[in-house]
Design a protein around this ligand. Structure first.
Ligand code: AGP
Length: 608
């Protein structure tokens, strides 16, 4: 989704903003822009397209020397991607420029009010009302104008403003949209995310909802909703800028696929002591699980599919009824959840609007909340009662890989801990599970070795227009993630089906050459899945079988076998998903797709 960078300091702001915008590209966008104050005049340059297009456009203006600027990447919501709809937006008097992430829900009524006062609108965006409203409220103090403006806004926002009157000052505000401020020496920088600021400083503060700030070269002042000055904790980024760079790989996605063993190991190691789950760093307690009635997992996309695996293993090991809910549906479905229940939110970014809204609904109804989240200090992490961080490190590719794998690991830990808390698993049994879990990183590295075989298969099947992923139980949960990966990266239509459900209608779509990828890694249902595979093979499908069994291709069953290592069935998604990620990746490459920034997608979806 949209991204913000703002810089004020000792260096020329333009290259700093451009470098920050390049770092935010991964969030997904369709246009970009920059506003600078040069010689006390405001200059705005913006364009539809990529940052490199903006970069070229800026160069065409000649050298710009300024110590203060704001920049933006826009992911269109109100109004198509175009030069005019790009941010920054300028006020009527041309002396105020603003960038905004989020959605202003009352923009129509504000627009009518402003039009009645003579303000003219040039774009279709909701953001332009903020620029004009700011001008209406401006009496010479930008921070006060912003505070007055935000009081009139409904919706979600992260806002950055520069004014020609105060050429070395940026004011900013946040509600339900992330904004951090990097604290440097003689320079300060705001950004939507750490990669945008890390080139300038590793020290940063997190703006909370309804806070506003004034940022100058000398310092940062933060104010709460009442207008009181507040002091903020300074966080330090604990990873290096190289972690957010490609490091010799052609795409971030491949780099992140290859980093999965480390992500899983880093997530597990601090939480397993003497082969038993150690949750001391979280606020989880055995009592919580002893007495819990239901667990509701809420998440979106891949995080939801990690939740589906979690549901299986929690129910299997701890015998606690567990629902994996689509977050965008949850709060509108009058969910049956109260103080007897636990809500687990799963999110890489910790900023997904639907997931946050679902968590807030669960909290409102009295449920305890646990966030399994990757971004430290994100909204989900701050608002949940307990946090279990996935230590996957920065994930840049829009399609998640290593964060999903780390989420599975966190789910396994919760399941074993819950089962022990309920007295269902003895210490000895729990140690057995933990041993298998701790073996996963090594096995994941082993599966990455299927890379060449998968690339070959992708070369054969990249021209297929439709693909089915089938499996039972955990394999079905992994199939759903596999299908999403293929859709996202290669734009090939695909569906995930419970293997036994195909015959109830969807099998009519199977014809000569339809690609079916079958996952079969659970001994208990292996034979049943084989029967389902035979029925698609008999109807002309090309079948790739992903299994831990020692089998070879058989004309009655499958055309190809991708052999993965054996682990217990409950953990098998951690291994079966790897060749599926590789398949999506290579099919995407063969089809010439934009692997790290697929069309229409955003890394962190901060609007409902
Ligand atoms: C995954 O590849 C997708 N990009 C998407 O489904 C993602 O998992 C979803 O939007 C949830 O994001 P989150 O984990 O940051 O909450």
């Amino acid at each position: 989704m949209c991204g913000i960078v703002g810089y004020v300091g000792k260096n020329n702001a333009v290259p700093v903003i451009l470098s920050g915008l390049y770092k935010l590209e991964y969030r997904g966008y369709d246009s970009a822009g920059i506003a600078v104050i040069e010689n006390e005049a405001l200059k705005v340059i913006k364009t539809k397209g990529r940052i490199k297009d903006l970069d070229e456009k800026i160069r065409s203006y000649g050298e710009i020397n300024t110590n203060c600027a704001i920049g933006h990447t826009r992911w269109a919501t109100h109004g198509a991607p175009s030069d005019v709809n790009s941010h920054p937006h300028i006020s009527k008097n041309g002396r105020i420029a603003i960038v905004h992430n989020g959605i202003i829900e009352n923009f129509l009524e504000l627009r009518e009010m402003l039009e009645a006062k003579g303000f003219e609108f040039v774009s279709q965006t909701d953001t332009e009302v903020v620029a004009h409203l700011f001008e209406l409220n401006y009496k010479g103090n930008a921070l006060e104008a912003l505070q007055d403006t935000t009081k009139q806004l409904r919706g979600s926002y992260a806002i950055g403003v520069v004014t020609a009157d105060a050429p070395s000052e940026i004011v900013c505000a946040r509600k339900d949209n992330p904004l951090i401020i990097g604290i440097g020496e003689g320079e300060n920088i705001l950004g939507s995310d750490i990669p945008a600021i890390i080139g300038t400083t590793k020290n940063y503060i997190i703006l909370n909802d309804n806070e506003t700030a004034r940022v100058t070269c000398e310092g940062v002042e933060v104010y709460n909703a009442l207008g009181d000055n507040v002091s903020k904790e300074i966080h330090v980024v604990d990873w290096d800028i190289s972690a957010a760079e490609k490091g010799g790989y052609e795409h971030f996605m491949m780099k992140e696929i290859c980093e999965q063993a480390k992500a899983v190991k880093d997530t597990l190691s601090p939480r397993i002591t003497k082969l038993l789950p150690n949750m001391s760093e979280t606020k989880l307690s055995p009592e919580m699980f002893k007495n819990v009635r239901n667990i509701h997992i809420v998440a979106c996309g891949s995080a939801l599919y990690a939740g589906l695996v979690g549901k299986h293993i929690i129910e299997k090991l701890a015998r606690i009824p567990c629902l994996a809910n689509v977050a965008s549906e949850f709060r509108y479905n009058d969910p049956i959840i109260d103080e007897n229940d636990l809500c687990i939110v799963v999110s890489q970014s910790g900023e997904t609007a639907d997931t946050l809204a679902a968590m807030r609904e669960a909290k409102k109804r009295g449920a305890k909340t646990l966030a399994i989240v990757n971004v430290v200090g994100s909204s989900a992490a701050r608002e949940a009662d307990s946090v279990l961080y996935t230590w996957a490190g920065p994930e840049i590719a829009v399609a998640t890989t290593k964060a999903y794998s780390a989420q599975l690991s966190a789910m396994y830990l919760v399941a074993v801990y819950a089962a022990m808390s309920k007295g269902i698993l003895t210490e000895e049994m729990a140690m057995g599970y933990c041993k298998e879990i701790m073996d996963l990183p090594e096995l994941i590295d082993e599966v990455i070795k299927t890379r060449e075989q998968v690339q070959y298969l992708a070369s054969i099947y990249s021209n297929r227009s439709s693909t089915f992923f089938i499996g039972r139980g955990i394999d079905y949960a992994a199939a759903q993630e596999a299908s999403l990966k293929l859709k996202e990266i290669s734009y090939v239509h695909s569906e995930a089906y419970a293997a036994g459900e195909l015959k109830h209608g969807t099998i009519s779509l199977i014809e000569d050459g339809t690609l079916v990828v079958a996952l079969a890694n659970d001994d208990d249902v292996y034979e049943k899945t084989l029967s389902n595979i035979k029925s698609v093979k008999a109807r002309g499908a090309n079948v790739i079988l992903v299994t831990n069994k020692n089998v070879t291709a058989d004309p009655e069953i499958c055309d190809h076998v991708i052999k993965i290592p054996k682990t217990i069935a409950e953990l098998s998604a951690s291994l079966s998903i790897v060749p599926m990620q590789l398949l999506a990746y290579y099919i995407g490459v063969y089809r010439g797709c934009d692997i790290d920034m697929p069309r229409n997608l955003a890394k962190s979806v901060t609007v409902e």
